[in-house]
Design a protein around this ligand. Sequence first.
Ligand SMILES: [Zn+2]
Length: 140
Amino acid sequence: MASDEPRRPAPVPDEASAPFFEGARRGKLMLQRCRTCGVWHMPVRPVCDACLSDDLEWAAASGKGEVYTFAFMHYVYHPGFAKEVPYNLTVVKLDEGPVMETNLVGCDNRDIVIGMPVEVLFEELSEEVTVPKFRPRATA
Ligand SMILES: [Zn+2]
């Protein structure tokens, strides 16, 4: 990329989200899971929504899910995305239960449908930050 091109903004991991981003760098979709009742959580929280336990652990999710909903961005809110529009903002419902906002890659926007099976892949934005994205998944 030419150095004069505007850079896309990237997430800045903090103490609470560090395990998520460290997992992404290793190719794992890490989520919080309650050790008391087994419910998975996304985003990070101090206590379980289901049972109020504070005994949460980080565990690798399957990385599989389905499209819950989606929209297309046509307006350039940041110059770093000028070449990306129209891009999709997709909410994936993970097999473990939580939903997460992401982008679907590896398919045309016109082919995205609610309920489409998807799987995670990882995009390295910089040496420090890798983010999960999703692509269509074949079902056998
Ligand atoms: Zn719980």
